[in-house]
Design a protein around this ligand. Structure first.
Ligand code: AMP
Length: 283
């Protein structure tokens, strides 16, 4: 596996590839990240190409400096795991390599889709995400890029960017990888205390509960309100939102039908967890 630390080296590493398969990450790998890399490696085995993984903790997408400071980092372990999974290139740039002028002078600003949910709670977050992903797309010129459904709104923000800005890239959204008790894997889970870790799967259970009860006829608003109350009773410090939304536009759903998603975000001992599940509605 080639480790590239500069944009020039990254471009060199994929220059002769007939296909580039890109997996953008912020590192501190867990099985969620590794599932994306393994999917890309399987695609390479089937149809050829080069799998490039990027490892960059992007300051521009952190609205809270303490969150950036506390973000887990373990480059040595990440290098080993990426190599074990079969990645061909690992891009590990410095902040100065990605933002040579201190911060991006030109940014990608997602529109309406970024105004709600994560975008509302984390001002500037999706501008930071879209801008760095656009930069990575321009550095690697990938044919395929892999993202996790765990960050559903992020998937949709990137899908809109790719469509609106005509990036000739095929996006593959991969299913959320969970711990045995249902908790969605996340680098932030490492910051949960033992007690909080036991409470954390309640978020997933609450979202599943909303998905089930709205298909059984419960009013969407009351199902979401009940779920938020349950989470607070179970020890979550705050619930940012529990909502049933259109899975493409992320607009709140007025009634139950096909193509909906339950999304939620809540904080447990200062660690912010997000998750989402589909509403399995068949007509
Ligand atoms: P991050 O390093 O948190 O920016 O995540 C890098 C990529 O891994 C993103 O596309 C995430 O959506 C994806 N990802 C993170 N956690 C999971 C998970 N539990 N299951 C599947 N994909 C994930």
């Amino acid at each position: 596996m080639v480790i590239a630390r500069t944009v020039i080296d990254a471009r060199d590493a994929v220059a002769h590839a007939n296909r580039v398969l890109l997996v953008p990450t912020m590192g501190a790998f867990h099985e969620g990240h590794l599932s994306l890399i393994r999917t890309a490696v399987a695609d390479r085995k089937a149809e050829g190409g080069v799998v490039a993984v990027t490892l960059f903790v992007n300051p521009a997408q952190f609205n809270d400096p303490r969150d950036l400071e506390a973000y887990p980092r373990d480059e040595g372990r990440d290098i080993r795991l990426a190599e074990e999974c079969g990645a061909d290139v690992l891009f590990v740039p410095t902040v100065a390599e990605i933002y040579p002028h201190g911060e991006a002078r030109t940014t990608v600003v997602p529109a309406r889709i970024a105004s709600r949910w994560e975008g509302e709670r984390r001002p500037g977050h999706f501008v930071g995400v879209a801008t760095v992903v656009a930069k990575l797309f321009h550095i690697f010129l990938p044919d395929v890029a892999y993202f996790g459904e765990k960050d559903w709104q992020q998937c949709r923000v990137i899908a809109e960017m790719v469509e609106d800005l005509n990036f000739p890239i095929w996006l593959r959204f991969c299913p959320t990888v969970r711990e045995e008790d249902g908790l969605a894997m996340s680098s932030r889970n490492a910051r949960l205390s033992k007690v909080a870790r036991l409470k954390a799967p309640a978020l997933y259970r609450a979202l599943l509960g909303v998905a089930r009860s709205v298909t059984e006829g419960e009013v969407i608003d009351s199902a979401c309100r009940d779920a938020a109350e349950v989470l607070l009773r179970q020890g979550f410090g705050s619930v940012d939102y529990v909502a049933v939304v259109d899975e493409v536009t992320l607009e709140p759903a007025a009634s139950v039908g096909p193509g909906l998603r339950v999304i939620g975000a809540a904080t447990l001992e200062g660690v912010r967890l997000i998750d989402n599940v589909s509403v399995d509605y068949s007509v």
